[in-house]
Design a protein around this ligand. Structure first.
Ligand code: HEC
Ligand code: HEC
Length: 287
């Protein structure tokens, strides 16, 4: 009897310890990150739609000038058009939708999620769901996930999302500015303005100002931006040919620099008043 109680106590203790660990330590990640090669796109009409979707990810503004306000492409944040682990990839995105979105307070389709990024991250206008371009983007995302198990819902894929960051770290924007000047300004500009080339293509996306994402974007939140920056910036070519070097900044530096640039002036998003109608706001929400 006594030994059973001892075992019970031990179980409770282990459970308490596990419960207090950050979620990423316990996340199962059984599916290895692997995306199909562009050269494996099917021929014919289906392949053309996938290819158009692929191009829309990295030539977003040129192909859709009426829908994009920022000097950014989808690939500014979804690295290599959604093919980089922890670079907010689109592997596993299609099967995970429709899904409940706390920010909207209801279930949303993948097209609605894409339009969320058009409205906020691209500071632009939504694409009609029936448009050829929307269908092409959906076709591209479906194709990226074609080799995954045919299960619907969120799959545990290594490198899905942007990774976690310790949200107990208190941001120090003064140090963040130092990190910015040291490690970021060379590409993103002394005033966060980024750089476009002679044809108007984005070379380095802006981090703040009129041409950046608006205040309603996920990247305008300190810890979302910090997690992305921690694993992907400063940008460089990794050992295995992917973008991002990761590990160049400490988590604290990533939080500091994220707090610094995310809180700089940027376009407003008036519809923000409708966000999080039911669920609690994340602690780094700006409004
Ligand atoms: C300023 C950065 C930024 C830009 C530009 C951007 N996004 Fe996003 N997007 C995000 C962030 C941040 C998330 C949430 C990532 C996470 O937490 O995993 C996201 C999530 C998504 C998701 C959900 C992915 C999933 O698997 O749940 C889709 C789909 C998406 N974006 C599509 C687009 C498209 C299409 C474009 C271009 C029209 C675009 N995004 C431009 C930052 C951006
Ligand atoms: C060597 C150039 C380079 C350096 C240095 C660099 N970046 Fe970037 N950054 C890029 C490029 C290029 C992209 C867009 C990704 C792409 O086009 O593949 C990007 C994208 C981003 C994005 C998402 C898009 C946006 O505009 O919001 C953020 C946030 C970001 N960088 C933050 C930083 C921070 C913070 C630092 C310093 C710690 C930094 N970067 C250093 C080149 C750089």
């Amino acid at each position: 009897m006594e030994s059973i109680m001892r075992i019970q106590t031990a179980i409770v203790l282990v459970a308490a310890i596990l419960g207090s660990l950050p979620a990423y330590a316990a996340d199962p990640a059984p599916i290895a990150f692997a995306v199909p090669k562009d050269t494996d796109m099917p021929k014919g009409e289906a392949g053309e739609m996938i290819l158009l979707g692929r191009r829309l990810m990295s030539e977003t503004k040129r192909l859709l000038p009426d829908h994009v306000g920022a000097e950014m492409t989808c690939a500014s944040c979804h690295l290599l058009a959604g093919k980089v682990p922890f670079g907010s990839p689109f592997l596993g995105t299609s099967p995970a939708f429709p899904q409940y979105a706390p920010r909207a307070g209801r279930e949303i389709t993948l097209a609605e999620r894409i339009n969320g990024c058009f409205l906020r991250s691209m500071n632009g206008k939504p694409l009609p769901v029936e448009s050829k371009e929307m269908k092409a983007m959906l076709a591209y995302m479906d194709w990226l996930s074609k080799d995954l198990p045919p299960t619907k819902g969120k799959l545990a894929i290594q490198g899905k999302g942007i990774g976690k960051i310790n949200t107990d770290l208190v941001p120090d924007p003064v140090n963040g500015r130092k990190v910015y000047d040291r490690d970021c300004a060379i590409c993103h500009g002394a005033d966060g303005e980024g750089k476009i080339d002679a044809r108007g293509e984005t070379v380095f996306p802006p981090l703040w100002g009129d041409k950046s994402f608006n205040i309603g974007a996920g990247m305008a939140r300190t810890y979302t931006a910090a997690a992305f920056v921690y694993r992907n910036m400063p940008l460089a070519h990794g050992m295995n040919g992917l973008l991002g070097q990761g590990g160049a900044l400490t988590e604290q530096e990533a939080v500091d620099v994220a707090a610094y640039f995310s809180h700089q002036p940027r376009p407003d998003f008036p519809a923000k008043v409708k966000d999080w109608p039911k669920d609690p706001k994340p602690k780094d929400a700006r409004y």
